[in-house]
Design a protein around this ligand. Structure first.
Ligand code: FE2
Ligand code: FE2
Length: 187
């Protein structure tokens, strides 16, 4: 299995947009906390979060290719098939792969969108800081469809069915993970 520096090298070589890079860091942090919650492999789950959108810029015009390019990079670097499958499953609606089917895959699928909602909530706080975002504030914006309209709430809402975590607890877990790296996120 590749290490974090290998993954950062792939990211740095392919993602120029700082906000996208921060999104990958946020999902890494959330995945590590979720792994801890489930007593799973924190390092492995974190790396999956870190790499999940590595090809986003290069595939922006072709949603079906998103994750397929990263798949190639990871396979060339010798990454194992379980990681590659987990990566592919988060874009199954576009890339023709199967849907997520285990906790690591569903964690990625659900926390991916939630990190985006949390960033959006932070940006409308007077101080634009994650430290002033509460679970309640995020839950209040959850049904507000016009707010952060690009965030797929149904994807986040699967936390209950697929992970056995109620939405408020899921928000708390992901928010806490992001608080811990707020400096890196610049929020
Ligand atoms: Fe993605
Ligand atoms: Fe993402």
């Amino acid at each position: 299995m590749l290490n974090r520096q290998d993954y950062l090298n792939i990211l740095n070589a392919n993602l120029k947009n700082k906000n996208l890079f921060k999104h990958c860091l946020a999902v890494e942090a959330a995945m590590k906390t979720l792994a801890r919650h489930f007593h799973e492999d924190e390092n492995r789950w974190g790396l999956l979060g870190l790499i999940h959108d590595a090809d986003w810029e290069k595939t922006a015009a072709e949603p079906d290719k998103h994750t397929r390019l990263t798949e190639r990079w990871l396979r060339e670097a010798g990454e194992d098939e379980e990681m590659i499958a987990a990566l592919l499953s988060h874009n199954y609606k576009n890339n023709g792969f199967r849907s997520p089917e285990n906790r690591m895959e569903w964690s990625l699928y659900t926390c991916d969108e939630l990190t985006g909602l949390i960033v959006a909530v932070a940006l409308v706080r007077p101080d634009r800081k994650l430290s002033s975002v509460t679970v309640e504030a995020v839950l209040k914006k959850f049904p507000a469809k016009a707010f952060a309209a690009g965030v797929d709430r149904s994807q986040i809402g699967l936390c209950r069915e697929k992970l056995g975590i109620e939405l408020p607890d899921f928000v708390a877990i992901v928010l806490r993970s992001m608080h811990d790296i707020s400096d890196e996120l610049g929020l």
